[in-house]
Every structure is written in structure tokens, then in C-alpha cells.
Ligand binder design. Sequence first.
Ligand code: GDP
Ligand code: FO1
Ligand code: CA
Length: 315
Amino acid sequence: MHIVVLAGGIGGARFLLGVREVARARGAEVTAVVNVGDDVTLHGLRICPDLDSVMYTLGGGADPERGWGRTGETWVVKEELARYGAEPTWFGLGDKDIATHLVRTRMLDAGYPLSAVTEALCTRWEPGVRMIPATDERCETHVVVDIEGKTQAIHFQEWWIRYRGELPAQRFVFVGAESAKPAPGVLDAIASADAVLVAPSNPVVSVAPILAVPGIRDALRAGPARVSGFSPIIGNSPVRGMADKCLDAMGVAVSAAGVGGLYGARSAEGILDRWLVDTTDAGTAVPGVEVRSRPLWMTDPATTAAMVEEALDNG
Ligand code: GDP
Ligand code: FO1
Ligand code: CA
């Protein structure tokens, strides 16, 4: 059995802990197609937050409280950079995390594609799933905002960290998406999948940038496997993070029904066959989609595995 998961950062990573449990029990293999829209180059380093969140979480090296970066992190380099006034001082790179970015940047500079670099980094972390970036091309999410009366597009990280997500987002733009290609293995994984799962990741800035890579959406729509999505919204709010602000910008209701409708039914123009919502949201309807309700709190891998089983259930 082959399970393919579309994943962002922390929501995707926690979900994959459950998928990995299921895969171990069933002897299945897992391919995670991970968002690269958050990626950014700062201080000369290529930083891939969602890939790293998944890699560190599955590899047992993630800081569970912060939700990003390494456990037992120190911040000496960050403090030294700040003393030089080296911008951007609003972005915090931990010392341990920097080692990852140094290795990644050196390999990219030597000509290796991001997918190969990710595979190399994973030989250390052994995440137990195959991790593939959605694309090897640069495809970065920008946010259209007004700053001092001027409309401009800023990088997603600047919007989220520097401005704390407080500048009203007018639009999200996936710069470079039109000319991007799916990374090697992505389309084959989808075509050979027995199940495709859309993690309860941020639909606008984690899942949409994956779907924006030409070919991925079509492959999902044409693929042989049931596509099941999981709502990141429980009872009209995100479990954590900025999904409410992102959905507001799209004019989409912050609800399980809103996100389900945004993905849409495969039988119409969308991607979903089945939509999993929390029991709080029982009664949610998405035209053309089979909606099932069950607890969707990813409190631990076993609980998350039970969520995953609901998507795999053929009953
Ligand atoms: P990010 O890239 O680090 O922001 O992480 P993702 O995009 O992968 O996931 C963020 C989303 O995960 C948020 O919209 C949260 O609402 C959702 N999320 C986090 N924990 C849970 C959980 O336990 N259950 C559900 N259903 N969603 C969750
Ligand atoms: N989030 C913050 O709120 N502040 C930071 O300084 C910060 C630095 C950072 C460095 C590496 C990394 O992989 C992630 C980092 N994040 C930071 C998290 C990141 O901005 C977002 O949470 C994700 O991109 C959303 O998926
Ligand atoms: Ca993300």
C-alpha cells in the first residue's frame, strides 16, 4: 500500500506522525509532498520551514512548543548578527537550525536540486516517510498588503513574522508557480497511490501553493486513489496559526464547510472525494463530497492514526 500526503509545516508534521503509525501497522509506504511556498533566502542561507518542520518532527528533533525549529536550540549566531545590525533582525535562526541551512545551501549552490538535498538531509533524520518538496523550482508565497498607503507584495515570512500577520492580506501570490514543475517523483507517487490524504494544514499558504504547481492538481483529479482531506478548522477557528486571516483574505468562511468548499469535490472542479471534520462540526455539507465527522485533535500519534484510518476506511 502506498499513501501520499500533501503537507505543510506543523499541522502536516503532526499528521504524518499518525500516518507513519498506520503505515507501520499495515506495512505501507508513505510519500509526503511538502509545501515550499514558505521558503526564503536570508543571510545567504536557503531556509525551508515546512520541509524542516516535517523532517525535525518525524526525526525526533523538533521543538514541540515553538512548533518550528530544533529542540534545545541556542541563539548565539542570531544575537551576533543583531549586533552587526545585519537585517533582517526580525527572523530568528537558531544555531542548530543554521547547520541544516548551511548544508542545504552548499548543496544547492553545488547544483543539486532541492529534492536531492532533502533526501540527503533525511539520511540523518530518518523520518520514516519519503519526503519530496512539491517542486525543485523557487516558488515563494507573497502577500499583497498596504504599507503606509502603498500596495505591495511582501514575502510570506515578512508578513507573518515581521508584521505578525496583522497587516490585512488582500491576496496571496505564489511567485514562480506558473513555470514550476513538480519535483521528480511527485506525479508518479500520486499516480501509484492507494490513498491520497490532504493533511489538516493551512489551506491557503500550505496546501494551495502545492496545488499551484502545474500538473499536481490534474494528477490528483486523474489519480486512481480516493482523495481525503482533513479540516484544519475546528468549530470556526484554526487549532493554531493564521488560517483564519488567510481564509478571510480569500473571502472563504472560517469553517470546516468553507475549507471543504475551497478544495471542492473531485466530481466537480475540485480535488476531494472525502472530507473529515471534527465532531463539533458534524452536519457539515460539501456538495459532491462524502463528509465524515470524528475527533480531529492530533493530541498524539495514536489518536492521529485513528483519524487516518477513517480516511482509509472502505466502508
Ligand atoms: P505550518 O506550515 O507550520 O503553518 O503548518 P500547516 O500548514 O501544516 O498546519 C497549520 C494548520 O494545522 C493550522 O491551520 C491548524 O489549524 C492546523 N492544526 C494544527 N493542529 C491541529 C489539530 O490537532 N487538528 C486539526 N484538525 N488541525 C490542526
Ligand atoms: N517563526 C516566528 O514566528 N519567528 C521566527 O523568527 C521564525 C524563524 C524561523 C526560522 C526557521 C524556520 O524553519 C521557521 C521559522 N519560523 C519563525 C516559523 C515560520 O515562520 C512559520 O511558522 C512557517 O513558515 C509557517 O509554516
Ligand atoms: Ca507553512
